[in-house]
Design a protein around this ligand. Sequence first.
Ligand code: ASP
Length: 307
Amino acid sequence: MPETGHNARVITITTKSEDGPLLVIHGGAGARGNHSAEEVNADLNRALDAGYARLEAGASAEEAVVAAIHVMEDAPEFNAGRGAALTSDGIVQMDSCLMDGDGRVGAATGLDSARHPIDVARAIKDKTKHVMFAEPTEQELAEWGIETEDNEYFITQERREELVDAQNNGDDWQKHGTIGAVARDAQGHIAAGTSTGGITNQMHGRVGDTPLPGCGTFADQRSLAVSCTGIGEAFVKAVAANQIASRVRFAGQTPEEAAKATLDEVDGYHGDGGIIIVPAKGHGVIAYNSEAMKCGYRSGSESHVQS
Ligand code: ASP
């Protein structure tokens, strides 16, 4: 049995509307590295701008989630797309998941060329009869209309230095900023998406929580949409995202109670990290037991970022 910890911070997003459009994003539970708070906050705001513009235009929650994630996948300070963490053999292998509140879900692992890994998850959801692909071929990516880049495109000098550091000075489960978004659209529909490069110096082929529906990403119209970041192994063991949704749906807990209890279980599995939540009805929640949590939200004129 996991031990239980008690140090989760839980923030209720007390926006005026409890059922209107809401977008919550995270840029990961890791530290900012070489990047200033201004730089990270500016990119979080750009992601909120892109995603919330979709909601204001009447687009679906899923559209907003994908638009916000695209911005963060292109920003090199986040551990997703360009700037993803490096594996022990010095390459980028990325994972993603996109889930709609109606239960439709797509996920991919071991991506080494998709510029926007979240697009692969969306294509698997919309264009195949399957849920998850490991290392889809270049031909499949082309058929799905996925924009690709050489692996070198994703690799930044900062990540190279972090890999050298992890290999020379001990592997400290470095987390850097997996990204995620959860949204509720004007129709009250919810969706969740997460995109990551995993953990620096992870073994080739390692898969974390991010692409596993119910672990790092989950959405269920009967409860809530959630995206997680942190030590993936612990989130997998806790089946964290589904656990939160089930606590709300079956045990009648509030999202805040569910987030805290689940993070305590994650802590019991020797992991830390963060969670963002948008319920089908009610206030959004940001919770974390890591030192930092880069995140933000927007609803109407109410908007906030932190890093
Ligand atoms: N959860 C991610 C993974 O384990 C890493 C992170 O959030 O930083 O792959």
